[in-house]
Design a protein around this ligand. Structure first.
Ligand code: GLN
Length: 269
């Protein structure tokens, strides 16, 4: 059984669960999926992957802090490095940096070396939709994946900057690089660290041509991935199109299989 959690503190979490269920129809049928709502550290600890939904990021982070979930969430993202996907407010929480629209700002979880602008698309037209080609969806041979995806933006954030690699603090993977440990020799605990992945990949952008009215000047970054962390500005959970959920569950599966291989190798040592 593969367990996928949806952070259910605030926002569009049940919509995500709905689409996750829908997505399983396009995945190997011999697999058993369990989708759970996550409100406690214990629930989080059962998850092989986690979705942070759209909603209101300040509220979400306040509730997470009150539920003693902030540190467990940070560990999930950065230490155990299981697949995490944030949509809209979820993307904001996964950023290392965000502009503060309120005094005092908010606590972020981090994991993506980016700075987001929280309400980039502004108030004037708070929501809009755009049909976009999402190249990462065409990684499978299924031709239906090539159809444009209707992206829903609601007071959406944008990735305004990819942050330089933090200097001075050596990340665990850099330390590991220094010692050159062959992956097969790594104990299971080190599995996550073996995943060398310091680059932020831009998976989708939005440009003026994509829009009927000009919300944006140049190319705005609206989807990024850095290793196990994926974030997008829009709300796939508010559509009826499960393709991104299918793609992401595929990523979760790959990560689970990988972890099992390592755990096995570890036991047989
Ligand atoms: N801009 C909102 C925030 O700061 C996010 C909007 C959304 O998730 N639809 O949380």
């Amino acid at each position: 059984t593969v367990t996928v959690g949806v952070l259910a503190l605030q926002g569009a979490f049940s919509e995500h669960t709905q689409l996750l269920r829908q997505a399983t129809a396009s995945l190997p049928q011999d697999l058993e999926w369990r989708f759970i709502e996550v409100r406690t550290p214990h629930e989080l600890s059962q998850c092989d992957g986690l979705i942070l939904p759209g909603g209101e990021s300040t509220t979400m982070s306040l509730v997470a802090a009150r539920s003693n979930l902030l540190e467990p969430l940070r560990d999930f993202v950065k230490v155990s490095r299981r697949p995490v996907w944030g949509t809209c407010a979820g993307l904001i929480l996964l950023a290392e940096s965000a502009n503060r629209t309120k005094k005092g700002g908010q606590e972020l979880i981090g994991g993506l070396d980016v700075r987001v602008n929280r309400n980039h698309f502004g108030r004037q037209t708070e929501s809009f939709q755009a049909n976009l080609d999402l190249p990462f969806l065409s990684s499978t041979s299924d031709t239906s994946k090539a159809q444009p995806y209707r992206c829903v933006f609601i007071r959406a954030p944008v990735v305004e900057k990819i942050l330089p690699h933090k200097k001075g603090v050596q990340s665990e993977e850099e330390r590991l690089d220094d010692t050159v440990v062959a992956p097969s020799k790594l104990p299971a605990d080190d599995l996550a660290r073996e995943q060398v992945r310091s680059e932020v990949e831009v998976l989708a952008t939005l440009s003026k041509e994509n829009l009927e009215h000009g919300h944006t000047g140049a190319e705005d970054i609206i989807a990024v991935r850095q290793g196990n962390v994926f974030g997008c500005s829009f709300h796939p959970e508010l559509t009826e199109d499960p393709r991104i959920h299918v793609w992401w569950l595929g990523e979760v599966l790959t990560a689970v299989e990988r972890r099992q291989r390592f755990e096995l190798a570890d036991r047989t040592k």
